[in-house]
Write a protein that binds this ligand. Sequence first.
Ligand SMILES: [Zn+2]
Length: 477
Amino acid sequence: MEIENEYIELEKAVSRQNGTYSNDKFHVSEKLRKFLIKTGSPLVNYTDNAETNKENKFRMKRTVADFIGRSWTKGIIPYIFSKDLNYSWKSAAIRYMNEWEAVTAYRFVPYTPTVHAQYGLGHNSTLIFVQKSGCWSNLGKSSENTQEISACGGAAAAHEIGHTLGLIHEQNNINRDSYIRINWGNIKGGAGNQFKIASPVNSLSFDYDYNSIMHYGLGDYSSNGLPVMTVLDNKLSYLVSEKYNTDYFYAAYEAQLTLKLNETICKDFTITCHNAGYLSYVDGKCQCRCPFALNPADGCQTLESKNEDLFWPMDSFAFLKPIQGCPKGFTSGSVKRFKDHKGLASTVTSNFHAAGEYTNLTFVREEFCVKDKTLEGSQSEKTKWRPGSYCILRKNGKCPEGFEDGSVNFDDHDELGTTTTLGDLPDGTYVNGTRLEFCCRNDGVHTRPLELPASVPFTLYVGSSGLCQAVKGDYTQ
Ligand SMILES: [Zn+2]
């Protein structure tokens, strides 16, 4: 488009002057002016923290992002971490890049001087994760060679990466007045722009998603503590506050619109996705992404079958044995060890499902299910442990790919009796105290279900999120 360069120049000028576009401040061609009017206010401040907006850049709406080709070519996003990024921000960035990759065709690739050429991107844009005041991101791919994202340390990173992929805030959705009311009188001075409706150009197919990670909280930007937004159907208000527990269902659809999967990597995909399902790139292949419990294999038209065709990963590992016994193909073992404080019974909660003895006054007996990778058939080779927040027990000296090692030492009271072991056990030491070796990961959110053979019970340990990892199908906590 011929006004593209002019647009880019205008954006730079606006950014330098730290102001928004207005016709008296910036001289633009008639064609660009008409475009700016048609698309609403195209240079919009997309910061998410009004308190600390010194770092703000002026961001563009998604409609404009599409117009000037601001989607990431081939869905590839070269990125780099700035040196000052602390551990918590860096791990959040990794976790939520993984999350977006898990449900979309976007791929975040570490920056190298040759990475743009290697993927044939035709640009040199690189995303830089920085640690600055506020949480903010550019909208879509910038025309500059580098663009910063200050993604913050927690789940906010999912939201900011959403902006990087081109998503606007849900409350700017053109349909929003049918779903929420904006209480303009409660909005903090200067923040009104955050609640303007986006232009109807390239409006989204889905009506409104209260649950979107791109939706502000109802009280954000309040000047007086009263809600800035009110959900018209009050009983649905809870959806907004639980936004980070979603599976990015509609957000992932919207973020991929500019990738045109059906013309690119999924052009040979022939299944039509029904019932609000959509074509996506999940687990490394093109498939329908369906609403909960519908079957991707037939285009979301029937209920998904049980997990009987799932297999355990082709790895060695162990977990606490559930009272129902070990899954097929596992061996079992137990450890009986004496406790340091004689006479104080351990307690277990009423919904404790591990086999063994835990409430004896003098000893505990733990039972384990152990899987040796050599025992499993070749069909399971395709199954891998997925990102999440959970731990398993180590077996055969090495954690499966994606996990980190760790251990727990129990100071057993060996004077009361000798530790006795039976059968097959996880890695550890069982004399002079007990040391259990764990494999843990915290590279995904606990709410995204793992696909494991859940037709029989098994156990996972809680990861550092402190919350139980979801597993597809039946499970207990
Ligand atoms: Zn935002």
